[in-house]
Design a protein around this ligand. Structure first.
Ligand code: EPZ
Length: 437
């Protein structure tokens, strides 16, 4: 397994092309199961999670064309232009409706094939995804929504066995609390249900809006996109479409904080400030200014040393849980005390002991971490534990004095497209090294 080695201290300066959003690409890929026509996605990020889901879809019988080869020549993924990954998916000849454990356990979002398979084929057998480092990650809300739509759901041998031989029937689905994945499964399922469904307390993350707009491009009838109340009039079939994936707001926030923690200036090409307004407000208070440009978003320091700011993770449009670990690294070198509360996941402070190895002063009590800023961090060998924890260690390493080596970076490869190249292009001293066993 490789490691990442960082020699900290440089102020970053330059441009980074923000990739398509991982958390939009995954449900959009699952949506291909709703039609026998070809769904072509562009601005697809090059990530391990995308490869894993593409492998699962291929196992189901989906024709996966990674280059969408009959489209205009594949644009080289260059750093200084938004990436142009293309992916064509055609679910014309589905040979299986079973999503096996060995693939689902690698990537929980595989559970998003459940709703589309059930809606189009009337059956689905999907392995229970199981938990991960940040929490047990149950899928009870997904199952309740599909049951409300008339599906019969049984759990056997670690699998979800879902059937709806007469098809799904529209209904009103009220989520007791916001769930991104459950909203996505319910939204995809209702597009082919008989009648008009209403989804209340729907998640409002931009990735949900992206999925809804793609479904509409495929012929779905959806109202209320962007709101927490979606009205879906079922249609008999959906057709193919070509759809560009929304820029990744979490990648945008991550690299904005890389600028902030090193006191540098980075222009994030293709980024959308509108999708990170609350993080931008907190960063402004902390001394990192985000400004929209005609090419994206620029992050630059202002008013000298970073100031400590509190953060509470909330569903969109609140401060995203996926930026919590990165923000904690930033606060570790701010002037003062920051109280960070994680309200979404049960165990999303795995980065704390690793940051502490670098000299960060953080105490955790339940869902709250108190970060007392220090003048500088010291490079050290540290270990990645989950996707966002791993990138918070990268940020800390960029600011630390000396060298930081990060092991288990397969976590990082799941969600950050060409991270080393992008940071090198902005002047960071960072590389991947073989991890000598
Ligand atoms: C999505 O996960 C994202 N993943 C996560 O990003 C993100 O952190 C999360 O939404 C919150 O924004 C993808 O989109 C692939 P949830 P998801 O359902 O859908 C509980 C990353 O780093 N819950 O909104 O699994 C759940 O345990 C990843 O990119 C239930 O109790 O999140 C959590 O505490 C990490 N029952 C809360 O709800 C359910 O049926 C929110 O989960 C479903 C969820």
């Amino acid at each position: 397994m490789d490691k990442i080695r960082i020699h900290g201290g440089a102020s970053l300066a330059g441009t980074i092309a923000v990739s398509g959003a991982k958390n939009a690409a995954l449900p959009l890929m699952a949506a291909c199961l709703l039609t026998s026509d070809r769904l072509t996605l562009t601005n697809v990020p090059t990530l391990a999670d995308i490869t894993t889901l593409a492998r699962l879809l291929a196992e189901l019988g989906v024709e996966v064309d990674p280059g969408a080869s009959d489209l205009p020549a594949f644009q080289p993924n260059s750093i200084d232009r938004p990436l142009q990954g293309k992916l064509a998916l055609t679910a014309a000849d589905i040979s299986s409706t079973t999503a096996p454990y060995d693939l689902v356990r690698k990537m929980r979002a595989s559970v998003l094939v459940l709703g589309p398979l059930l809606a189009r084929f009337g059956r689905a057998r999907v392995s229970l995804p199981g938990g991960c480092a940040i929490g047990p990650r149950p899928v009870d809300l997904h199952l309740k929504a599909l049951t409300a739509l008339g599906a019969t759901i049984e759990l056997a041998d670690g699998y979800i066995e879902a059937t709806a031989p007469q098809g799904l029937r529209a209904t009103t689905i009220r989520f007791p609390f916001v769930s991104v994945g459950a909203t996505e499964n319910a939204l995809m399922a209702t597009t082919l249900a008989y009648g008009t469904s209403i989804i209340e307390n729907a998640a409002r993350e931009p990735e949900i809006g992206d999925l809804a707009r793609c479904l509409v491009a495929m012929g779905a009838d959806i109202e209320g996109i962007g709101s927490d109340r979606l009205i879906v009039r079922g249609v008999a079939t959906l057709h193919g479409a070509t759809y560009a994936i929304v820029p990744d707001r979490i990648e945008t926030g991550t690299y904005a904080m890389a600028a902030g923690i090193t006191g540098g200036t980075i222009e994030l090409l293709g980024a959308t400030l509108d999708h990170i307004l609350v993080p931008a407000q907190l960063l402004a208070k902390a001394g990192v200014e985000l400004a929209g440009t005609n090419r994206g978003v620029t992050a630059r320091p202002h008013n000298g040393r970073l100031k400590s700011v509190d953060a509470d993770t909330q569903p969109y449009p609140g401060f995203p849980t996926d930026l919590q670990a990165q923000f904690m690294a930033l606060m570790a070198v701010a002037d003062g005390r920051s109280i960070i509360t994680e309200n979404i996941f049960e165990n999303r402070f795995m980065h704390v002991p690793e940051l502490a190895r670098m000299g960060a002063r953080i105490t955790v009590k339940g869902a709250t971490a108190v970060v007392t800023g220090t003048d500088e961090l010291i490079g050290a060998p540290v270990m990645a534990t989950d996707l966002r924890a791993s990138v918070s260690l990268v940020l800390a390493g960029l600011a630390a004095r000396g060298t930081t080596t990060i092991s288990r970076i397969y976590h990082l490869d799941r969600g950050y497209d060409r991270l080393v190249e992008k940071l090198v292009a902005c002047g960071a001293t960072i590389d991947r090294i073989e991890d000598n066993p």
